[in-house]
Design a protein around this ligand. Sequence first.
Ligand code: PEP
Ligand code: MN
Length: 361
Amino acid sequence: ILLSIMMVGMGNLITLNVCIIASVNLLLPSHFLRLRSRLNKIEDLALQNRAFHIQNIDSDFLVTSASVKTLNDGLSAYAEKHWVFENDMQLSSRKFKNSTREIQLKEGLSIGGENKNTLLIGGPCSVESEAQIRSASELLQGLNLSVLRGGCYKPRTSPYSFQGMGLAGLELLSKMRDEFGHLIISEVRDATHVAEIIAHTDIIQIGAKAMYDQGILRACAKTQKPVMIKRGFGTTLQEFAQAAEFILSGGNSNVILCERGIRTFETKTRFTLDLCGVAWLQENTNLPIILDPSHAMGYAYGVASLTKACMAMSVEGLIIETHPDPSTAKSDAAQQLNFEEFRALHSELEPLAKCLGRNIK
Ligand code: PEP
Ligand code: MN
């Protein structure tokens, strides 16, 4: 059998070829041994070249440091293909993988790849009570939407503000998933509770202030659950893509980027939604994108029209804060849509999606 082994490099993306002759008679034990020795060889090369080893179903990649621009003899003997990169945006780049990554959220629901799905994620900023989160679940169910949001560990700017319900909130979200069947997204604030978030969510949200926390990034690299990284409000596009590389190079290929507004000189709106940056990410990275107009705008009045502008960019998802009674919300009260506004937004998005050839999920 010819097994192809791919090596990815920072500076170089390399593919290795190993020839293995297997007899049909020698099935399990020797087959296993041969796979093991193949793997050992790749692990050796990874170690010698200080490279990350990424295993795919039919190929292996080694990612070397960005400073490596040519293959040494050890690598070139095995490399099937290699890519040379100018900087540390490698696995996330279109140069490595030209099409947008397909991320399966559950059986029958994926984003990216060939499909034209756009998630309309809805739910409150924070989970506040069972009645509150259940009402959001009912809203989504009525609109046939797939993903419920709700923060349980809130990264507040003041220690005196509501900090979130913590584990009790995550348990409520899990209960809603069991009852309503939708997927759950909730944010991790710091590395102390990352295991809890991984266990309770279907999509892990890394908050804008948490995206530099390498404890979180490295923990999220060790699961296969999809991870949505929110762009920090002072984060360059290069730094944003490199945060994704921490997760991709650690072995989790299911990374989604979320633009949620950056800080500029403008103070009339909460942040400035960087749609130019989104166009750059679409051109240069292979990662699906979710847009968050709620946090960018900061005021409910602008959210519906911004969401339509985001939809027009054919992104893979939109995340909108909605609350049964926004004026009483314990966090981000000014920007949350009430349910009537959310339903109206959904009905305005439907024809737009149709015109763009996209499906709202
Ligand atoms: C949120 O989604 O409620 C949130 C806190 O977002 P961000 O991390 O973008 O500020
Ligand atoms: Mn919020």
